[in-house]
Write a protein that binds this ligand. Structure first.
Ligand code: ADP
Ligand code: MG
Ligand code: ZN
Length: 474
């Protein structure tokens, strides 16, 4: 029998806010332990939390990005547990009334558009971080109370690679919209992986295995690459899998049991009595909806449709908004957008990287780049000379026509001047000339190259070719 994997992901991302969720402590990475703390995030008795409005805004914005419904009533609940990473002995989260629900994310995978349903994206708070030293352990509460979004997917994913692509698409979107920096190195994204297997073609879900707290996407992929065959092998042998939590051992490259359903916690969720339900106004929701940016996939599709760009070019531009904006300004209404894209993707990117400049500081305008392409398209300069003009354009910001004028780079189409050079080239290269006369057509390219070289790239190559051919055939 053939089996298929069923995967659902719970992804936690830290929101990009200045302060924490319920207090004014900084939401900052890398500070010395327990320096961004106060009585509120340390869970002292008698304190009162005050909700961070920016975190609420980012949550609703995420809801729109993920095509979710935005309930007009949401609330905060306490998830009770006893563990040193939370001084309060509970974590505030949204249990049965989350701020967003029932959306979807579309992304590209192996050449097709995939849609994964999003169950919900809800707001909660991060907890402290335990560190174990040789003789003692410590807890750093700098992270406690940092706003987190938990984005829960439906079990719609079916392979390790597809889950990896989903995570990349999700974090690209969140980073782009300013929801979260999604910096994995700083622990800003963590993921619980739920996976089961079932006979292909059936619809009943198998027993779910949850792999907790993954902090790298390649780890998620490798964990699934281990776990899926393990489960398939077990059920193929007639074993009955039981719901359990497993842990990913990155060094060994295996998952190992952590706890089974029997010792699942009872968190005793209840509404946080210190926090009001969240009942956003229509005006507030509409104002956020008005700020929803174009998603990367949508931009890629629009660049292909409106400018006729090939998928590869659109792919590069969609992941760099500044470059894509520059492209659209230069190519809007222009008949050769592909040439503009080539200059931006190849030359401009390379010059930016080499000079350590950002696009915001570039000296020339999109219109000047268009002018350069027009000079080539109209035959005023050769594409080789255009490379030279571009370097000047980049460093001086002078107009391309002015650069061509100043440096005398205009293409020579005047046959008289080119005839003279062609005569010299034929005289200096009797071998290739004879080859061509004997029928070796490729020899002409060599001779043409020599003409270009002698003219310092200014001869019109088509004119040079015609003249050479005429002279050699006479
Ligand atoms: P729990 O209540 O244990 O957290 P949920 O029903 O909330 O479980 O699901 C948590 C995550 O697990 C979701 O992403 C969901 O898509 C996924 N999931 C649920 N059941 C399965 C299953 N049988 N196989 C794979 N993933 C599953
Ligand atoms: Mg869950
Ligand atoms: Zn605090």
């Amino acid at each position: 029998m053939e089996y298929e994997a069923v995967i659902g992901l719970e992804t936690h991302v830290q929101l990009k806010t200045k302060s924490k969720m319920w207090c004014s402590c900084a939401n900052a990475f890398g500070a010395p332990p327990n320096t961004n703390v106060c009585p509120v995030c340390l869970g002292m008795p008698g304190v009162l939390p005050v909700a961070n409005a920016e975190a609420l805004r980012l949550t609703v914005l995420t809801g729109f990005l993920l095509n979710c419904e935005i309930p007009r009533y949401a609330k905060f609940d306490r998830k009770n547990y006893f563990y040193p990473d939370s001084a309060k002995n509970y974590q505030v989260t949204q249990y049965d009334r989350p701020s967003t629900r029932e959306g979807f994310l579309e992304f590209e995978f192996e050449g097709t558009i995939q849609r994964v349903r999003i169950t919900r994206a809800h707001l909660e708070e991060d907890v402290g971080k335990n560190t174990h030293f040789e003789r003692h352990s410590g807890v750093d509460f700098n992270r406690a109370g940092v706003p987190l979004l938990e984005i829960v997917s439906e079990p719609d994913l079916t392979s390790a690679d597809q889950a990896h692509a989903y995570l990349n698409a999700l974090t690209e979107l969140l980073a782009k919209a300013g929801i979260s920096d999604c910096d994995m190195e700083k622990g800003m994204v963590r993921c619980d992986v739920n996976v089961s297997v079932r006979p292909k073609g059936t619809t009943t879900l198998g027993a779910k295995i949850e792999i907790k707290n993954m902090n790298s996407f390649s780890g998620v992929r490798r964990a699934l690459d281990f776990e899926i065959p393990r489960q398939i092998e077990a059920v193929s042998k007639g074993e009955k899998l039981r719901q359990e939590t497993r842990r990913w051992d990155d060094l060994a490259g295996i998952t190992a049991p952590m706890r089974s359903k029997e010792d699942a916690h009872d968190y005793r969720y209840f509404p946080d009595p210190d926090l009001l339900p969240f009942t956003p106004t229509e005006e507030w929701i509409a104002a956020i909806r008005a700020t929803v940016p174009e998603l990367p996939l949508a931009r890629k599709q629009r660049l292909m449709r409106d400018f006729g760009l090939p998928a590869g070019d659109a792919e590069v531009l969609k992941s760099n908004d500044a470059l894509a904006d520059f492209f659209e300004k230069a190519a809007g209404g222009f008949r050769n957008p592909k040439a503009i894209a080539n200059w931006i993707i190849n030359n401009l990117s390379a010059q930016l990287a080499a000079s350590g400049t950002s696009l915001a500081d570039v000296r020339f305008s999109p219109a000047q780049l268009r002018e350069l392409v027009e000079l080539v398209d109209s035959g005023k300069i050769s594409s080789r000379i255009a490379q030279e003009v571009f370097v000047d354009l980049f460093s001086t910001g002078e107009s391309p026509s002015a650069i061509v004028e100043r440096k005398g780079l205009a293409q020579v189409s005047d046959t008289g001047a080119i005839e003279k050079i062609c005569d010299d080239v034929i005289a200096a290269n009797p071998g290739p000339a004879a080859d061509f006369r004997a029928g070796k057509v490729a020899a002409l390219n060599f001779l043409k190259g020599q003409v270009m070289k002698l003219s310092k790239g200014k001869a019109n190559p088509a004119v040079a070719g015609e003249i050479l051919e005429r002279k050699l055939q006479s």
